[in-house]
Design a protein around this ligand. Structure first.
Ligand code: C5P
Length: 206
């Protein structure tokens, strides 16, 4: 079974994907981490993030060890990721890795932006997880505050809007709900409710 989870930044995809993978005994791939590692590597090497060829080279040379880099989950890496993710050579370099991951037994949950539309168009289940930008910004701000990092809600909201815009307007595999994906809006749901809704979607499809 392959479950494709897509959606905008901070919609709760990662948490849902992890919990679904544990629930159904599937492998899990956070595909955002691949783009984050490429952005981080380019920035660390002083390369131009807007150069598609340089970005493609870094993507083709990506090593599993690069995914263990310390601060890939943070906001800065997210921003770097969305800048390199617009380049077609970067996206095509990552296709085979993601597809072979999905094909491995016993199956997998992949979360990202283009899993249901481009990477696994034949996934057994597709869920497009979303929430209003305001709710996503509020959750992100609260998460950071819980870690003792105070960042203003307005600033996080602006970052989220900017990332949504860049991910949605790019020409190559933009963020888009696949026609056959179920829509899961988590704006008014807690994590347990969102998980229960996702399980109901999966169980109805398989
Ligand atoms: O999901 P995450 O926030 O880690 O993704 C970081 C960035 O990587 C996204 O904003 C997007 O630009 C890019 N990305 C993508 N395709 C994916 C996963 C992530 O373009 N499948």
């Amino acid at each position: 079974m392959i479950i494709a989870i897509d959606g905008p930044a901070a919609a709760g995809k990662g948490t849902l994907a992890l919990r679904l993978a544990a629930h159904y005994g599937l492998n899990h791939l956070d595909t955002g981490l691949l783009y984050r590692a490429i952005g981080r590597k380019m920035a660390d090497a002083g390369l131009d993030l807007d150069d598609p060829e340089a970005a493609g080279r870094v993507a083709r040379e990506l090593d599993p060890a690069d995914l263990g880099h310390g601060d890939l989950r943070g906001r800065e890496a997210g921003e770097l990721a969305s800048r390199v993710a617009v380049h077609p050579p970067v996206r095509s370099a990552l296709v085979d890795f993601q597809r072979s991951f999905a094909a491995r037994a016993p199956g997998a949950v992949l979360d990202g932006r283009d899993i249901g539309t481009a990477i696994c168009p034949d996934a057994d289940v597709k869920i497009f997880v979303t929430a209003s930008a305001e709710v996503r910004a509020r959750r992100r701000t609260d998460e950071l505050a819980a870690k003792g990092r105070s960042v203003s809600y307005e600033r996080i909201l602006a970052e989220i809007r900017e990332r949504d815009e860049r991910d949605s307007v790019r020409a190559s595999a933009p963020l888009r709900k696949a026609d056959d994906a179920a829509l899961l809006d988590t704006s008014d749901l807690g994590i347990d409710e969102a998980f229960a809704a996702a399980v109901a979607i999966v169980d109805a499809k398989r």
